[in-house]
Design a protein around this ligand. Structure first.
Ligand code: ZN
Ligand code: ZN
Length: 373
């Protein structure tokens, strides 16, 4: 027996620098081409903390949450399959790509590089809660998915917690690592950063057949979890290796011939990590800078080393539906090999500020809001 819901609770950022508030909204009904979803889990990402701090400009008030998973509540007219063509029904567990590209700009039309679209609509980031359909963020009991959203049914062997454990880090790494830096079988891969993006990079490097994966990061509690999950062959704990030189030596000791790594992935968000990462790559190696999602300023690097090493440097910005599709397709393999749900700490929607505080303090690796708790 289902009770009739008269209001929908959602966690709203009303002002930069202030706490998130739980407010109520009218339940939406799905218009043509849209889908209404009952949110099961919604992730808190490092970006949300930066949004709260005012590091990216967003329309306020905004219901945050650009990563979520939930059950289809209502399918609008004309929606009967997901983005892969699989049949879609009410009650199905689904996830969706967090942004809708405009389809009209140079990057959408001429280059088909949808993550570079100049006018992406992004759930939980640039959709004001004052504008219809209001429920455009994942930190809520329900979300309204507009026409054009790439929706995917969650594979049978994968749980809601499995999907949300890596959150946007999973598809971000599918784009940057598999799409741009392309780890090859047997290669040595160094990952800087032990947050969800770094963990995802290490896991996907292993799935791609890397010969050796070195994870450089901290704090020790995260490194311990990374080792228990088996995401890396060698962990270089920042609490133990306290200087860039100590970390460089540890990396050189771990890779064949002390030449440096074939591929280095930056997933820290700290500008100073970039100079360190350049030093860790071998001559002719590749460097993927994927962790600088918000602007933390400049950092000194020695560009001579980029030239001398013939270093191939890649940037990678967010992800599009294509990368999300590949992420969902690889999740059964990923979750069979790694117990990703262990990364998650769950909170009820009403404890959203505690969840944010724990993320800031590094108490949790991945904070997740579960509205039904
Ligand atoms: Zn994110
Ligand atoms: Zn566009």
């Amino acid at each position: 027996m289902e009770t009739v819901v008269t209001t929908v609770r959602a966690a709203v950022l009303g002002m930069i620098g202030s706490d998130v508030e739980v407010r109520t909204y009218d339940p939406p009904s799905a218009r043509e081409g849209a889908v209404v979803v009952d949110v099961l889990h919604a992730g808190i990402c490092g970006t949300d903390i930066h949004l709260q701090d005012g590091r990216l400009s967003v329309p306020l008030p905004v219901i945050l949450g650009h990563e979520a998973v939930g059950f289809v509540r209502e399918l609008g007219a004309g929606v009967d399959v997901d983005a892969t063509g699989a049949p879609l029904s009410e009650g199905d567990l689904v996830v969706w790509a967090s942004s809708i590209p405009c389809g009209h700009c140079y990057y959408c039309v001429a280059l088909t590089e949808y993550s570079l679209c100049e006018h992406r609509r992004i759930y939980g980031i640039n959709q004001s809660a004052h504008v219809w359909p209001q429920l455009s963020g994942g930190w809520a009991e329900r979300i309204y998915l507009q026409p054009g959203t790439a929706i995917f049914r969650v594979p049978e062997t994968v749980s809601g917690l499995d999907v949300i454990a890596l959150g946007c880090a999973g598809p971000t790494i599918v784009h940057g690592l598999l799409g741009k830096a392309e780890p090859r079988t047997g290669e040595s891969v160094v990952v800087q950063g032990a947050g969800p993006v770094g963990m995802a990079a290490a896991m996907y490097a292993r799935l791609a057949g890397a010969g050796i994966v070195v994870l450089v990061g901290g704090p020790s509690s995260r490194i311990k979890v990374a080792e228990q999950l088996g995401v890396c062959d060698v962990a270089v704990d920042l609490d133990e290796y306290r200087t860039p030189d100590a970390r460089l030596q540890a990396v050189l000791d771990a890779v064949p011939g002390r030449r440096g790594a074939d591929l280095v992935v930056e997933a820290t968000g700290h500008p100073s990590a970039v100079a360190e990462g350049i030093d860790m790559a071998r001559r002719g190696g590749r460097y993927l800078v994927v962790g600088q999602y918000t602007d933390h300023g400049t950092t000194p690097i020695n560009p001579h080393i980029v030239t001398r090493k013939q270093l191939e440097v890649h940037g990678s910005w967010a992800f599009s539906a294509e990368h999300y599709a590949r992420y969902i397709a690889t999740l059964p393999q990923l979750t069979e090999r790694f117990d990703v749900a262990r990364l998650v700490t769950e909170y009820p929607l009403g404890q959203v500020n505690q969840a944010l505080a724990d993320m800031r303090a590094g108490v949790s690796i991945k904070s997740v809001l579960s509205p039904a708790l």
